[in-house]
Design a protein around this ligand. Structure first.
Ligand SMILES: [Zn+2]
Length: 74
């Protein structure tokens, strides 16, 4: 069985279910709680963007992820 670790908090996800217990954003794997935190972080930026573009969203999440991962926390 493959074990995946969250790129942000480095927590291991024992039974990874894509889209349920972990998520992929711009080649990063993210656990559910980190995904929620990221989405909260970018929510205000999201409001100013219309129409919604998935490519842009994915990139924004990716950028936030890299920053979070560099800080070692969310
Ligand atoms: Zn995490």
């Amino acid at each position: 069985m493959q074990t995946i670790a969250c790129d942000v908090c480095k927590k291991k996800i024992d039974e990874p279910l894509t889209g349920r217990t972990f998520f992929y954003f711009a080649e990063h794997s993210v656990c559910e709680s980190c995904k929620d935190n990221l989405e909260n972080q970018i929510k205000s930026t999201m409001r100013g963007k219309n129409p919604f573009a998935y490519e842009w969203y994915d990139k924004l999440i990716g950028d936030s992820l890299v920053k979070s991962a560099q800080r070692g926390k969310n």
